[in-house]
Write a protein that binds this ligand. Structure first.
Ligand code: GLN
Length: 446
């Protein structure tokens, strides 16, 4: 713990932490030391971790990357945090992120952009950019992230680490600040698939406090890491290898797939014709849900409150106007519009129908093969500021990740080489609850 706290101090220029919890971490480490002297230990006892600042942590600031929650001290622990505490893990601090997890570059954070350790002029990806940068720079052995449309996988790819977005409902969302509730899912961001398995073991499981949490037993995620991949059927969706994809990235992905072929896997091309509708459907659904979720920030109960409000309307208007950043406001406006009377059927309902078509594409493809493979992101890490003026370009960052959230499937980003010195991620998508298989596939490659 002391080693990592010192490293965090030496690497402040990366801006990956919003809060460093020195005192808490050292106290937890001391308790872990005592526990380690007894038989009462778990795999993560004494292991330092860092948490995305979207998870409520009792007694310490939980900002969600926003001015709105800059003064918010969570009065309870998220289920994921409670589980890590029970396992005896140590919390080094809270990690930087895009404001309310809306973004693909960590540039919408109230606390400023995070820098990519591989090239500090570049973004780490987002929204879990602090998590990816901190793990890549070895400021923490592992971290948590959340993924609504790609926020675990894309930053993992851009920083050269492993990121697993579990099946929707596998990891409790209780105490994880809501962005788009039908899509949000927490997961591990680690150096290896082996470490991801250890974190998943603690994070996964039914939680009565989350109504969408699934009542299904948790397998041993480490048991099958070395299983043979002979006969594994891999599907390559041809829509994943279209013109938007940088050709050098495509070469790296093909090389990674060839490695699996050498291990005995069979490769097959599949087609998912509705994939192109994922981005528009996602931005209607995610914005609609966020406009509803974020209505709780009213300046009354908690979070930011404007100075000297004239009346209630002024209190609402100025508190929200002063504390939300421009990307969050854009999403709230789009979502409110899509949900408004007279437009609901044309936008929200239509987007939900498209969502079903996309799920059906995956269902069909995954009935022919065991997993799908493709890129995580159409480009490697781009320069800070390069896409901030062009929201459409920024939204296209998630062209290969978003459909998976709409379908609720699990998917993983595995480090798969470099283009011009910047990391590339291979995406592996599995059927519902196939996390153990994905980890096996990731482990065999590493
Ligand atoms: N970049 C996407 C968005 O801005 C996804 C973010 C996420 O997964 N939290 O909505």
């Amino acid at each position: 713990t002391q080693f990592f706290l010192a490293r965090i101090k030496q690497h402040q220029h990366l801006n990956s932490f919003i809060t460093v919890c020195d005192d808490l971490a050292l106290a937890q480490a001391e308790v872990a030391d005592k526990r380690l002297a007894t038989a009462d230990t778990a795999v993560l006892t004494g292991i330092p971790l860092a948490q995305k600042d979207i998870f409520c942590t009792l007694g310490s600031k939980t900002s969600c990357g926003s001015k709105m929650l800059d003064n918010f001290i969570a009065p309870y622990d998220a289920t994921v945090i409670e589980k890590f505490n029970q396992a005896g893990a140590v919390m080094l601090g809270k990690l930087n992120m895009d404001e309310f997890a809306m973004g693909s570059s960590n540039e919408t954070s109230y606390y400023g952009p995070v820098r990519n350790p591989w090239d500090t002029d570049c973004v780490p990806g987002g929204s879990s950019g602090g998590s990816a940068a901190a793990v890549a720079a070895r400021l923490t052995p592992a971290a948590t992230g959340t993924d609504t449309g790609g926020s675990i996988r894309q930053p993992a790819a851009l920083c050269g680490i492993t990121g697993l977005k579990p099946t929707y409902g596998r990891v409790s969302r209780y105490g994880m600040i809501a962005y788009a509730s039908s899509l949000d899912q927490g997961g591990p961001m680690t150096r290896s698939a082996e470490d991801a398995a250890l974190l998943m073991q603690v994070m996964a499981g039914f939680d009565p406090k989350d109504s969408t949490s699934v009542q299904q037993s948790v397998p041993d995620y480490s048991a099958g890491l070395n299983d043979s991949l002979k006969g594994l059927k891999i599907g390559l969706p041809k829509e994943f290898f279209s013109d938007e994809l940088d050709s050098a990235i495509a070469t790296e992905i093909q090389a990674a797939v060839a490695e699996y072929e050498k291990m005995g896997a069979e490769i097959k091309e599949v087609s998912m014709p509705n994939l192109k509708l994922a981005i528009p459907a996602y931005y209607v659904i995610a914005s609609a849900e966020c406009s509803s979720n974020l209505s709780r920030y009213d300046g009354v109960r908690f979070g930011y409150r404007c100075q000297n409000p004239q009346d209630l309307a002024d209190l609402y208007t100025r508190s929200r106007g002063e504390a939300f950043g421009s990307e969050v406001k854009r999403r709230i406006l789009m979502g409110t519009y899509a949900l408004s009377a007279g437009y609901y059927d044309a936008y929200y309902l239509k987007a939900q129908q498209v969502r079903r078509l996309i799920s059906d594409d995956f269902k069909r493809a995954l009935s022919e093969v065991d997993v799908l493979m493709g890129p995580v992101s159409p480009s490697t890490a781009f320069r800070i500021g390069e896409k901030t003026d062009d929201p459409i370009q920024m939204y296209l960052e998630d062209i290969y990740t978003i459909a998976i959230n709409l379908a609720g499937l699990p998917a993983m980003s595995i480090p798969a080489g470099f283009v011009d010195g910047k990391p590339v991620g291979l995406q592996v998508i599995g059927n519902y609850f196939s996390e153990a298989k994905l980890l096996n596939i990731g482990h065999r490659y590493q």
